[in-house]
Structures are given as C-alpha cells and as structure tokens.
Ligand binder design. Structure first.
Ligand SMILES: Cc1cc2nc3c(=O)[nH]c(=O)nc-3n(C[C@H](O)[C@H](O)[C@H](O)COP(=O)(O)O)c2cc1C
Length: 151
C-alpha cells in the first residue's frame, strides 16, 4: 500500500519527524513525503494510507504551511470515505490547553470528511527531552499500516 506522508510545519521540526517516519516505512512500503503547502487536496487518493505530521502554532492553530491545504478541504469538502490515516502531532506542553491542537485539528477535519484514523495518535512535546525524530521512528515502527481495501 502506498504511504503518503504530509507534513505541516512552521520551523521545520515536523518535516524532520516526517522524514524519520518515511525512513522507517520505506523498508516495507512505497512512501512519498510532501509539504502540505505544496499538496493539492484534489490529489488525496483514498487508496493510499496517509500520515499527517503537524505542529501547532498561534493559540492552538495549524502552522502557516498547513493552512492552504486545510482551507482547500474546507472549501471543497471532498468525500474521504475509505481513506485511512494516522497522526503524529507536535506541540509544547507549556501551551497547556492548546497542547498539540495542530495534529488534533488535522484528525478532526479528516474524520469529518469521512476518513478513518488508525493507530495511536502521537503527541510530541517540545519541552520533553525526547527528540521528535526519535519519537517519530519509534511510533512508525509500531504503526500497523492497514492492508489495501479491495475496490
Ligand atoms: C509562536 C508559537 C506558538 C505555539 N503555539 C503552540 C500551541 O498553541 N500549542 C502547542 O502545543 N505548541 C505550540 N507551539 C510549539 C510548537 O508546535 C512546537 O515547538 C513544534 O515542535 C514546532 O514544530 P515546527 O518546527 O514543525 O513548526 C508554539 C510555538 C511557537 C513558536
């Protein structure tokens, strides 16, 4: 099954985490990594497994790089039934009530369009001593990519 990793970042941390996930999964899958700011919502293919790697900015908002992609989804409201996805979110616990909202917003928007979230929802904390790439690698190793659905 093709794995499409979409990252949303402001300062590049989510991109590094996305590359770490790709490194792990490339051993067993056909993997493609895209910046959400370069990805058109029309290119979502429900046959692919999607991994959304997204940080949080403002007061619990999506990073600037992710906004155009989600604005397209809000405008076009594609039917994502059958699309399965997993989320690796990034944030910082010092933001307390908005901790990791970016990844959660990604999950909420995809789910509202009919997609199904699978696996553990990861929430990296920039205040922790764990490097995002290391956590991302460990998370990817435990992720069970579903078998393709028959069409
Ligand atoms: C101005 C600013 C606002 C932020 N707001 C939040 C927030 O509301 N919630 C949160 O969990 N993290 C927040 N963060 C932390 C970032 O999401 C975190 O540092 C993340 O690792 C950055 O990833 P990136 O480099 O891919 O953008 C904020 C960081 C900055 C600099």
């Amino acid at each position: 099954m093709r794995v499409v990793i979409l990252f949303g970042t402001e300062m590049g941390t989510a991109e590094r985490a996305a590359e770490a996930v790709a490194d792990v999964l490339a051993a067993s899958h056909d993997v493609a990594v895209y910046d959400m700011s370069d990805f058109d919502a029309d290119d979502l293919d429900t046959r692919d497994f999607h991994i959304l790697v997204c940080s949080t900015y403002g007061t619990g908002e999506l990073p600037t790089g992710a906004e155009p992609f989600f604005a397209q989804l809000d405008d076009r409201l594609p039917d994502l039934s059958g699309l399965r996805f997993a989320v690796f979110g990034l944030g910082d616990i010092v933001y307390d009530t908005t901790f990791n909202r970016g990844g959660e917003i990604c999950a909420e928007k995809f789910t509202a369009l009919g997609a199904e979230q699978v696996g553990a929802h990861a929430r990296h904390d920039a205040s922790s001593s764990e490097r995002p790439q290391d956590m991302a690698r460990e998370w990817a190793r435990a992720l069970e990519i579903p078998a393709p659905t028959s069409v």
